[in-house]
Ligand binder design. Sequence first.
Ligand SMILES: Cc1ncc(COP(=O)(O)O)c(C=O)c1O
Length: 404
Amino acid sequence: MTKISKLMSSEDDRINYLDHAATTPVRAEVLEKMLPYFTEKFGNPSSLYALAGEARYGLDEAREQVASVLSAHPGEIVFTGGGSESNNTAIKGVANARPQGSFGRGHIVTTAIEHHAVIHPVEQLEKLGYAATYVGVDEHGLVDPEEVAAAITGDTFLVSVMMVNNEVGTVQNISKISERVRDAAASAGGDVVIHTDAVQAAGKLSLDVNDLGVDLMSLSGHKIYGPKGVGVLFVRRGVELDPLIAGGGQERQRRSGTENVPSIVGMGEAMMLIEAERPTSRLRMQTLSNMLIEGISERIPDSKFNGHYIKRVPEIVNFSFSGVEGEPVLLGLDFKGVAASSGSACSSASLEPSHVLLAMGVSPDVAVGSVRISMGRETTVDDIDDVLMALPQVIKHLGSFPTF
Ligand SMILES: Cc1ncc(COP(=O)(O)O)c(C=O)c1O
């Protein structure tokens, strides 16, 4: 059982938290680093006196921390209000910064399995007259770099492909996609900005923006044991971007508003810590993940693993169970002290099948029976054993496999 249990009153009440792709608890070291910025170091970083200098120092340090993880320059790091804001700023900011006269014109290439924080802003731009192509995926949720390249036209100004899918954990070959997109753009005579939503990749994969060949990258604090409501947008030097939020000109004119210093300090610290743990956590997560996938497949005959067996992050495991809906499964698991999810948190309350699973060719009636289990740094073998006990009981109770 997880350390989150410390917050609960008795041992028996502890929750087995397996929804780390939805959010993570702020780790103690991060909270400790943040706390002085609420009280004694409360100054506005834009002011000139010494108190403000302390806040400014906190901001600068966080910017350097994030930049070092991304192999970027600190001036290329923009702090935002979260992953959704980073994605919106990337997409709308690039569209709005295009030369005068091109408003409402131009083409965006993205994929059918992006988070809604990418799909919805692209749809908003479509309503304004922009064209968009949503490249499909194979049955494992994998995007073919050649298909992305083939979608590029002379009008394409933006490509946005996520690094790790939040529902099934499939990892895209971003460096290959970037390489092929740049070749295709050069042949088509256009100039393309490449964005990746790396919200679910942080702490799991290398975020080196040069190896990945991207111009823009979105990150979020609360997926990496940092606070909610803070994010990062990496903006490669030279990329033209109009701010989504205009005002006092903070973040080098790219995101106005007095900086959320405590959260930014927390984001920087969380990035450093999770990156340092990455090599060791990978092996542990792989072991837990294999245990979970094998266990579910063996114990629940009608289960279907959703995702890619190799090109995936081990932390995210997604299964469909035919004949049941995700919501009652989650309620049943909750009753047994296991917190999991059905796809992404924002759509988990709806009975609509996941757009990601549909894009992977899963039939709607099977897709509504999907459950996402996402592990984190506090997850133990015992936690996996527990869910392997609880899940078959819940599915049996809901009538999926009567011979159990
Ligand atoms: C892939 C992906 N992108 C973007 C977001 C949005 O991030 P935030 O909650 O910080 O706005 C999420 C959160 O679920 C996500 O999983």
